[in-house]
Write a protein of this length. Sequence first.
Length: 158
Amino acid sequence: MNVYNPGALSPLSFIILFLALFLFFWALVLVLMGLMSRKLKGRTVRKFLSTENIWPKVDTWAAQTGYRLIEQDQVSRLYQCGASLGFAPQRVKLTAMPGVYTLEAWVGLTPINKAMAFGLVPDEMVIDKGGSFGYITRRKAREGANELLQTLGVPIIE
């Protein structure tokens, strides 16, 4: 004799419920990732005054920390560290105007990183403290930029 239990789920109902909960969970994770990464968008910028030629100090810093020069023009230089298959590149750009230097530091994303984050993460992330997204890479980039700022006698990035 079959006894129907109205509280029990059929196997098909259980699978549908499980898939619905799974999809809801991942949608929630994606929304939270998007919200967390919005405040990380952009570059960390520091301006400082100097009358000396800083480029020899910058070249020494780059050699010691593993940053390599990837782009240069009359007034600026772009250095990069990292950028392997799974790790985002850490970049520092210095621009020289008469008496004023601008340092821009950020973490870029590789296409693989972007795809793994479902496109919700910005292409450039600040290296300031705060936020847990990309914490390790951003901390490493901040440490590298702070070494340069200390070499130049400029307050570090907190």
